[in-house]
Ligand binder design. Structure first.
Ligand SMILES: [Zn+2]
Length: 637
């Protein structure tokens, strides 16, 4: 790769003025803002775990009860599944077998999974963990037993590679000794977390008990490794990327009822990161994004299991700050894997590199969003979720090969770049196979009173416990409406809550063809409570309008939206060759050559739905631009 890998990036960061700038005073931490009393850092004292679960206000329907019907989402899911099917299990377990001293004649994988003496990928094994999660998610989404069987076979083979003390990895324990000695090593806990999460998902979503046993063994090994470390030394170890170790251990504690695993999870509380967040201070500049978001997801799980408000505040403030002050118009965040500036400096951030909006960051922010939404049922969380899903995630997978992206570059004149079939295996290739296995997730949620329609995606919901079924038919966003068809075992009284998005100025709803005399404001729900019977039909109009969004630090840099859909200018194919599209993690703009970037001009409707004309330049949804150059941001003159 020509762009810096994560490791090269962290080295760069360590040596760059950015890391030094982190030491400079943060305006958010001024004594004026905090008052005059000295602040006690919320996570200063040692943690102790007491189980006191917090009941969610709303819950997602399990993926087994929701099925996608024909749409670009279903096409994306199928392209991903075809890619997963082409990856043989023996290649995915090859490095684990070699590491355990077992024979393997499989063809080695490349990229970050590479295991050639002298050129060892230090994250090797990470993708196999993601792949297990993707098998489990795919099975939950489709009920296809062949993908479960493949996941089961990988679990069984990995179990044979597990050491007696529970250690399971595609690299030796010596790397954890390097971690302990604070010698150079990439991210061993980050990698082990992915394998643990894969085992957890195989247990949670497919009922594989062997996966649970393997996971408990790995957790036991992590317990032994961490419990002997003095706290200050463990906090130092946490300065090396470790991702969602806390999250998977809290998940294991929840699944088994054993608090031991939560106590191990607590040892992965990075206090220097959590303290400012719990005090509502943005000290995110200089941090690596993709390995910190999962820590916050872990904080959200810790709050859900214990009711400890400090963890609630970490997750709540982090989400608010990232979404409101560090997120581009597409719903993406990060630059070169990090946050390089103070908050609300996105135009300045955008100029620093082409490596904006890493895909796995969006994946993990959406995951965090689901937790926060479940606490409150506030539909505004889905304004963000919808934006990230329709603009950043949809379109990030090739329909022909199922390959996915690393960064979604927002540099004017950029294009999409994709992974190689079997020699990339970036972090985002891993979250990619997971994400596109679960596109039916979170469309529908529920509480004791009824169902919440949060996304306008063609799909079927089967609430079997209630004998209630719902088919959503829509061509949204090409057609600005959606229709819900209801069928029931017997007439049933419940509430159907329609999300009224923030971009919708005027919601109009009909039941069985008759307009209803009720309204709800943008960013709320319109609740329809009645006794539903088979054949009932709800029609919802979703009129969209053009909108312009400014960069917070430069009102002259603007993006164009139509409803929630980010429009991009189609800038053609100048300089694009296949080797600039497949393989590189970012567009190499100098190699393709500079092109003229249009300035903002008046926007008029084009000849097709969702197309527009801007003074001779054609605009269309960013998600539909493939193998062509584009710009999302325009200068206003
Ligand atoms: Zn990534």
């Amino acid at each position: 790769m020509n762009a810096p890998t994560r490791r090269a990036f962290s080295t760069l960061l360590a040596a760059s003025p950015i890391a030094l700038a982190q030491q400079a005073p943060n305006p958010n931490t001024s004594t004026q803002r905090r008052g005059t009393l000295p602040e006690v850092p919320p996570f200063e004292a040692p943690l102790s775990f007491t189980r006191q679960p917090v009941a969610p206000k709303v819950r997602p329907f399990p993926m087994t009860q929701v099925r996608l019907t024909a749409s670009p989402f279903k096409e994306a899911a199928e392209a991903n599944r075809a890619y997963m099917d082409r990856l043989p299990a023996d290649r995915l377990i090859h490095n684990f077998r070699l590491n355990a001293g077992l024979p393997s004649s499989a063809e080695p994988l490349g990229g970050w999974e590479q295991y050639t003496p002298g050129r060892e990928g230090e994250l090797r094994g990470h993708f196999t963990g993601h792949y297990l999660s993707a098998c489990a998610l795919n099975y939950a989404s489709t009920s296809d037993v062949s993908i479960k069987a493949k996941g089961d076979a990988i679990v069984a083979d990995l179990a044979k590679c597990q050491a007696k003390d529970g250690y399971l990895s595609a690299f030796p324990t010596e790397w954890f000794e390097r971690l302990d000695a604070r010698k150079s090593v990439w991210a061993p806990f980050y990698t082990v977390h992915k394998i643990m999460a894969g085992m957890y998902d195989m247990y949670d979503l497919t009922g594989n008990k062997q996966a649970l046993a393997v996971l408990e063994g790995m957790a036991s090994w992590a317990d032994e490794y961490t419990k002997s470390k003095p706290e200050a030394h463990m906090q130092d170890i946490l300065n090396t990327e470790y991702g969602g170790m806390n999250e998977v251990l809290y998940n294991l504690a929840a699944a088994t009822g054993d608090d031991r695993w939560a106590t191990v999870g607590d040892r992965f509380t990075k206090k220097v990161f959590f303290n400012p967040l719990a005090s509502r201070r943005d000290e995110l500049r200089g941090l690596h994004v993709n390995t910190h978001i999962p820590q916050v997801i872990g904080a959200a799980r810790r709050y859900e299991l214990s009711g400890d408000m400090r963890f609630h505040d970490v997750a709540d403030y982090f989400w608010y700050e990232v979404v409101s002050a560090r997120t581009y118009v597409t719903g993406g965040t990060s630059n070169g894997e990090g946050w390089l500036t103070q908050p609300r400096q996105l135009a300045s951030e955008l100029k620093r590199s082409v490596s904006t909006a890493e895909c796995c960051c969006a994946y993990n922010m959406m995951k965090l969003t689901r937790h926060l939404y479940s606490w409150t049922g506030d539909p505004r969380y889905f304004d963000y979720y919808e934006r990230a899903l329709f603009n950043h995630r949809l379109g990030a997978i090739r329909p022909d090969t199922g390959a996915t992206q690393y960064y979604l570059s927002l540099t004017p004149g950029a294009w999409r770049t994709f992974n190689f079939e079997d020699k990339s295996f970036w972090c985002c290739t891993g979250t990619g196979v997971e994400e596109f296995s679960k596109l039916n997730d979170s469309i529908y949620w529920k509480d004791d009173r009824g169902v919440y329609i949060n996304l306008f995606i063609p799909s079927d919901l089967n609430w079997s416990e209630k004998g209630f079924r719902l088919r959503q038919e829509t061509k949204f966003p090409d057609v600005q409406s959606t229709t819900l068809h209801i069928s029931v075992d017997k007439p049933i009284e419940l509430a159907i809550n329609l999300r009224i998005p923030e971009w919708l100025s005027n919601a109009s709803v009909k039941i069985n063809g008759k307009p209803i005399d009720a309204s709800a404001s943008p960013g709320s729900y319109l609740t329809l409570s009645r006794t539903w019977k088979t054949g009932d039909r709800i029609e919802m109009e979703l009129p969209m309008r053009l909108r312009f969004e400014e960069m917070p630090d430069d009102p002259k840099t603007q993006a164009v939206l139509y409803g929630p859909i980010v429009l991009a200018a189609d800038l053609g194919t100048k300089g694009l060759a296949k080797d600039l599209i497949v393989g590189p993690s970012v567009p190499q703009i100098r190699k393709a050559g500079d092109i003229d970037i249009p300035r903002m001009a008046s926007v008029k409707p084009g000849s097709n739905p969702l197309t527009f004309d801007m003074s001779g330049t054609s605009l269309m949804p960013l998600s539909r631009i493939l193998d062509r150059r584009y710009t999302v941001y325009f200068m206003v003159v």
